[in-house]
Design a protein around this ligand. Sequence first.
Ligand SMILES: O=C(O)c1ccccc1NCC(=O)[C@H](O)[C@H](O)COP(=O)(O)O
Length: 243
Amino acid sequence: MPNAAKLELLPAVDVRDGQAVRLVHGESGSETSYGDPLQAALAWQRAGAEWLHLVDLDAAFGTGDNRAQIAEVARSMDLKVELSGGIRDDDTLAAALATGCRRVNLGTAALETPEWVAKVIAEHGDKIAVGLDVRGTTLRGRGWTRDGGDLYETLARLDAEGCARYVVTDINKDGTLQGPNVELLRNVCAATDRPVVASGGVSSLDDLRVLASLVPEGVEGAIVGKALYAKAFTLEEALAAVS
Ligand SMILES: O=C(O)c1ccccc1NCC(=O)[C@H](O)[C@H](O)COP(=O)(O)O
């Protein structure tokens, strides 16, 4: 019998002003710094990660970018990279894809330039994921600072346009170590037949086991940031917990 699909884990490296950081609720100014992003990414790779979730926070917030450094990290990895932050037009998409990343995550663009997003979904297929970053059921764009419409209306539109996958973040949970929003994830999975990557709030191996139990409902993966940097558990332990 084939093995049941296991939850994919994506350790996060969020880059602000050249440093690997974690924010609380994604708020600019709430950074805790964890040093060199390349060293952080290499540490997750050595620990057995198959994926890396790599975010340019300055590009997301519109406070500059870390494009050269992000490209260096992505190119140095043997694992699969999901790239996020400030990818909003042909130029930023081309630069992101040129790093050799496996897929990119579009956020603000899906809210503000839906025609462009429909076009690039048609062109690039599953290299494009859309980040659905929400407070309640209201989407947030521009580094999570501006309201961007209703979650389920946007999801229905993106489904119709052929979006391959969603990265779903409850901003109220992000960076807080309070556990993922399981109800939100189940509701999104019920509303779409596309895979969902859960993001924000993972605090323990039990949280990961709960997310792994949602694989049959459509949760494909889990992004883990703060818990790894705060050493709540090791990546090796996390990978063993969901294997
Ligand atoms: O991904 C983005 O574009 C982004 C934009 C603005 C603020 C934060 C953003 N991403 C944060 C992440 O992807 C986190 O790494 C991830 O949600 C992990 O959260 P946690 O495990 O709670 O630290």
